[in-house]
Design a protein around this ligand. Structure first.
Ligand code: FAD
Length: 301
């Protein structure tokens, strides 16, 4: 059966798109690796209207309740591996099936970047981690390092300063790039040692991580840490989309109506060229994309 719409991803963008598609009574499916996306990784969300403070996981629970209210079926643990439009039909190949649709919304967000130093791959899930919200508790009362200088790294350090014994915050440049409120929180906490102008050289260990070798402007040092959180940014999950225009960051180019260069294919949220990456922006994009898909289908009829 050819669906009206297939939504890829169930982060804030995909979830909002699915609520709008449901309210328009569209015949649609949501295919996703997980529910919540990056929103589930945030400890403190203080800028989503209606909530002065909510944790990421609690906000995702609210999103899930919203999906349930509309009876939206989500195909979870399924990954899109190819998307292409041929002869007016959009083919979406996943890890489980091939689907056909008249319209698609790519809301696949972003994934973590690796630093690419010796030991990183070897010790992944053996002390090297990429999500504090998911893995932080594994390092309770231990010494850890957080690598990065943007909002993700600051958020990770803030979470870990309540869990770990000591937090080394390793930043390659001479200043943080994240929000000043978050910077103040880490600067004022005695558990956090900030290391600016510092490069990671390698990660060492035996069965599990035992330390991290760093270089601060020529001064080499080994920090004895049990956990290392790599928080150096994110890459868009756009690799599976064929025939779409992308920018130099591999983000899918969209116009202000969230249309891509291929008619009927829309993109929303962090996977797009829209400049700011926030929950409220992704949600707004998802709403626009679903309404755009609805209008596109109406024009086809
Ligand atoms: C640590 C951290 C803290 C943050 N804190 C805040 C904050 O306080 N306030 C704020 O507004 N924003 C915050 N953000 C940013 C915010 O989380 C993102 O902008 C937002 O989640 C983007 O939503 P999205 O739906 O576009 O993408 P994502 O949230 O990345 O969701 C993408 C979805 O697509 C799925 N997916 C990916 N690839 C595929 C595939 N090939 N096939 C099927 N499914 C796929 C994923 O499983 C996921 O469900 C934070 C981000 C991070 C990392």
């Amino acid at each position: 059966m050819i669906m009206d719409l297939i939504i890829i991803g169930a982060g804030p963008a995909g979830i909002t798109a699915s609520v709008y598609a449901s309210r328009k009574k569209m015949n649609f499916l949501v295919i996703t690796k997980d529910i919540g996306g990056q929103a589930a990784w945030s400890s403190d969300v203080e800028n989503y209207p209606g909530y002065q403070f909510i944790t990421g996981p609690d906000l995702v629970e609210k999103f899930q309740e919203h999906l349930q209210k509309y009876g939206i079926q989500v195909r979870e643990n399924e990954e899109a591996v190819e998307l292409e439009k041929k002869d007016k039909i959009i083919y979406i190949k996943t890890t489980k099936e091939v689907y056909e649709a008249k319209t698609a919304i790519i809301a696949a967000g972003k994934r973590v970047k690796e630093i690419g130093v010796p030991g990183e791959k070897e010790y992944k899930n053996k002390g090297v981690a990429y999500c504090v919200t998911c893995d932080g508790l594994l390092f309770a009362e231990k010494d850890v390092a957080v690598v990065g200088g943007g909002n993700s790294a600051l958020d990770a350090a803030i979470q870990m300063m309540h869990i770990a014994n000591k937090v080394y915050l390793i930043n390659i440049t001479d200043a943080f790039m994240g929000d000043s409120i978050m910077q103040e929180k880490v600067k004022n906490n005695p558990k956090v040692k900030i290391l600016h102008n510092t490069r990671v050289e390698s990660i060492i260990g035996d069965k599990f991580v035992k330390g991290i070798n760093i270089d601060t402007q020529g001064r080499k040092e080994t920090l004895n840490v049990k956990g290392i959180f790599i928080e150096i940014g994110l890459m868009p999950n756009s690799w599976f989309a064929k025939g779409l225009d992308k920018n130099e960051k591999n983000e899918i180019k969209v116009n202000c109506a969230n249309e891509t260069n291929v008619p009927g294919i829309f993109a929303a949220g962090d996977v797009t060229s829209v400049p700011e990456k926030q929950i409220v922006i992704a949600a707004g994009d998802g709403a626009k994309a679903a309404l755009g898909a609805f209008r596109y289908l109406a024009r086809l009829k």
